[in-house]
Design a protein around this ligand. Structure first.
Ligand SMILES: *Cc1c(COP(=O)(O)O)cnc(C)c1O
Length: 420
């Protein structure tokens, strides 16, 4: 007998993304959203224009149920609103979202919203190269002290959070790239909650870069994080053909502050790209499921290959703390794996040179399989100490598994290993 859905049972994300957040009536009844490319919006009266500016600037509050008039597309436009209304259906625990023109735009705009001169920020390393530069080389010039903690060190990050002076934000990326080392989101949130906040001071925000496993397999907002950020360039869009960024929050007030800054910085995603990304959202789950299932099959078979020293993949973790975190906060292991080849850089380069299906490129999360050598590309700015700490060895190759048939991919990796 079919199970009846009771009223109290909420719809699941893969249903909600196709049924909620888009009102065809606002697009002349079209089944899929229209694209509104206008840079400016016409007011019915000068009074309406005056009121729209009063509401937008916060000088007056919108009436109950009133939606603010559109003004100018750097502040807001219908396709950004539609994308934002749709994507909250995919991110568990989110109430509000913002679209940006790339992942870094989302990260920069969010950090500038919450950080002030004199603040500190605790962050996990390794973290995305752009984020690391931003904190270490740029925010440091604005008197924001970056406190780096190696990913996966639960006690160390809790201590850093407890001891940080004037903590404005905690930024974590989990799993970390390229070894997939995981940081315990709940413990980070607990450590932030345990800090005494002086009267009048804002509580530090916890931001999680969820690009690697979200929104399908990891749900930081449900665990207690304040903000989730994405490079929409990766799994969300999924075809390596556009740049985008997304920020989501449980608390709408946090989003309001970021939205204001997005208006000044001009980091909103353009209408056509919003439309493209919106159309990709219903298949995020399908693409990520397929990549994860196939990456696991490939990782577990290659783990015993004689030319491979080690495969970094969540189901192959041997550290008990890493196993515990993976079990506690991830639904599935995901489509990224890294292999440490015996024979160092030469072996890694030979392997990349001989791949026939997988392409040698940075980036990840597309339907096509990509492979790169982190030490000489994505992580090439690291010091020797940073390489050692991050597990970025000479023989390490990072692979983003796409949706090709896994047996073809495995055969491609095996023939490239034969040529090493
Ligand atoms: C790619 C990436 C970013 C940056 O995103 P862009 O869209 O390239 O600006 C940030 N974080 C992670 C984890 C990424 O993989």
């Amino acid at each position: 007998m079919a199970r009846k859905r009771t009223k109290s049972q909420p719809l699941r994300p893969s249903t909600k993304i196709l049924t909620e957040g888009f009102d065809p009536k606002l697009s002349l009844g079209s089944a899929r959203p229209a694209v509104f490319r206008s840079s400016t919006y016409v007011f019915s009266t000068p009074e309406a224009a005056e009121h729209a500016f009063d509401v937008a600037s916060g000088r007056s509050k919108p009436a109950e149920g009133e939606s603010a008039d559109l003004i100018y597309s750097r502040f807001n436009h219908p396709n950004a609103e539609m994308l934002e209304d749709q994507i909250v259906n995919l991110e568990k625990g989110s109430a509000s979202a913002l679209a940006f023109n790339c992942g870094m735009a989302a990260i920069v705009t969010s950090l500038f919203t919450f950080l002030r001169p004199g603040h500190s920020i605790v962050y996990t390393v390794p973290i995305y190269g752009g984020t690391q530069h931003l904190i270490q080389d740029y925010l440091s010039q604005w008197d924001v002290a970056g406190i780096a903690v190696p990913c996966g060190r639960t006690d160390a990050i809790a201590r850093a959070i407890a001891n940080a002076k004037n903590l404005g934000a905690v930024m974590i990326e989990t799993p970390a790239n390229p070894t997939l080392t995981m940081t315990d989101i709940r413990k980070v949130c607990d450590a932030v909650a345990a800090r005494k906040v002086k009267k009048g001071d804002a509580r530090p925000v916890v931001m999680v870069d969820n690009t690697m496993l979200g929104p399908s397999f990891q749900h930081p907002l449900e665990i207690g994080a304040d903000l989730v950020v994405y490079s929409g360039t990766k799994y969300l869009s999924g075809f390596s053909d556009m740049l985008a960024g997304i920020v989501l929050a449980k608390n709408r007030e946090l989003i309001k502050g970021i939205r204001a800054l997005r208006g000044f910085f001009g980091t909103i995603l353009q209408p056509d790209e919003c439309w493209m990304l919106g159309g990709r959202l219903p298949t995020v789950r399908l693409r990520m499921d397929k990549s994860s299932i196939d990456a696991q099959r490939i990782a577990e078979r290659l783990a015993v290959h004689p030319k491979i020293k080690k495969i970094h993949y969540p189901t192959l973790f041997d550290d008990p703390e890493q196993k515990r975190i993976y079990a506690a906060q991830c639904d599935y292991p995901g489509g990224m794996l890294s292999m440490d080849l015996k024979g160092g850089k030469r072996a890694a380069f030979d392997f990349l040179r001989h791949l026939k299906i997988a392409r040698n490129a940075v980036s990840l999360g597309g339907v096509e399989t990509l492979a790169c050598h982190p030490k000489t590309t994505t992580h090439s700015g690291f010091t020797e100490q940073e390489f050692a700490q991050a597990g970025v060895t000479d023989g390490l190759v990072r692979i983003s598994v796409g949706i090709e048939h896994w047996r073809d991919l495995l055969a491609d990796f095996e023939q490239a290993l034969d040529a090493v």
